[in-house]
Design a protein around this ligand. Sequence first.
Ligand SMILES: NC(=O)c1ccc[n+]([C@@H]2O[C@H](COP(=O)([O-])OP(=O)(O)OC[C@H]3O[C@@H](n4cnc5c(N)ncnc54)[C@H](OP(=O)(O)O)[C@@H]3O)[C@@H](O)[C@H]2O)c1
Length: 429
Amino acid sequence: MRTLRIGQLGCGIVGSAVLRVLDRNRSDIDERVGAPLEVAKIAVRNLGKERDIPEAHKALLTTDPHEVTSDPSIDIVVEVMGGIEPTRTLLLEAIGNGKHIVTANKELLASLGAELFDAAEGKGVDLYFEAAVAGGIPLIRPMKESLAGDRIRKVMGIVNGTTNFILTRMSEEGCSFAEALGEAERLGYTELDPTADIEGFDPAAKASILASIAFNTRVVAGDVYREGIADITAADIAFAKRLGYAVKLLAIAEEQDGEIAVRVHPAMIPLGHPLASVRENLNAVFVEGENVGELMFYGRGAGGPPTSVSVLGDVTTVARNIMSGGRGPGCTCYRSARIRPIDQMFAQYYILLNVADRPGVLATVASAFGANSVSIASVWQEGFGDQAQLVMITHRAQEKDLQATLHTLRELDAVTKVASVMRVEGGEA
Ligand SMILES: NC(=O)c1ccc[n+]([C@@H]2O[C@H](COP(=O)([O-])OP(=O)(O)OC[C@H]3O[C@@H](n4cnc5c(N)ncnc54)[C@H](OP(=O)(O)O)[C@@H]3O)[C@@H](O)[C@H]2O)c1
């Protein structure tokens, strides 16, 4: 019987877990594939590093990644090394040598996915990447394959565990952003440099991959409108909670008038929405299909063991494809819909205004909304005298109209401050 050989690029958090879980579940995985799998080589940077991997695998370590990409006996290359270069060059080399690829690399796929898919198509090899979005949560294959008969309307998710942990702590303990970030750092939930999480770059990369799959259109990370959570205050969250909302950093991709609107930003969602109850560093993605209705995928979006399950699921699928002489679906971006710029996107908004407490203020404020074609869904007053505030929630409005409204509001004598503005999701369609 043919043995299928695996070469691995990287052996860090994910890579070492892949080796441990494969070792533990090997006999079942071999049965599921119908052929034995064997790890042939593992490329790392530093041979002297302590690694929690099966003893037998330690002899397979090399610092020369070309030993993985060029070894003619290797069938599948598992890329868990991360980064853009030299990873891109190594994967193109492996594909050029006829190897099937399983990767967890969202950064690379979100910027150069098209190049890799074209190369894989040209060589007739598989390129699978379940682990690249939301770690251990099965999402790519369900969206690409199980939902292939439906039209997806919207994908909305919490796809960054670090920021969800921070927002959970701010909401449940009332602590500041800096205190919550400090706790996330102490618990090892953050990268060395937390910017990619806090500023939303990490979820934007994931949003672009999800949007590409959901709408069959190539979306790259640079297409995604992005705002992070650094400006959210505990007071914003407490106020939102009092109004019946949770504040979450959401990655959202939806079709608006035939165009693709993709964005990552903090948003208020009703406390009854399934995403509102996603706590700590967990992830969840809510998918709305025209016929299937609402689906939610929930679980661990990071960590070695959960992510290794996604990697090994891909390895198993690719190995089965090799055994049957078939291939997976490959690139599914067969459309080229326009990516909608942020100022043309539609959303609902929450606006908190500090206002003068005198007759006629509400009418003046309301007319600023009306003059800019933004319709108000609800409005109420908080406090009185110097403390008077107006809370407005709009119907779905276009971003450019909302910005024009804010500009008008800031010019009004009646408005002393636009205290807070946030998008509201999970309400109006
Ligand atoms: N960590 C997660 O929870 C998670 C979840 C989903 C997806 N991912 C993705 O999975 C990938 C790996 O993440 P990770 O957290 O496992 O990273 P990591 O712990 O930093 O591991 C990276 C591994 O790659 C090796 N490496 C880096 N550059 C190399 C080079 N030029 N040549 C040879 N080896 C090299 C490192 O070698 P040394 O060990 O010698 O330093 C290390 O073993 C990334 O694309 C990440 O975005 C991670």
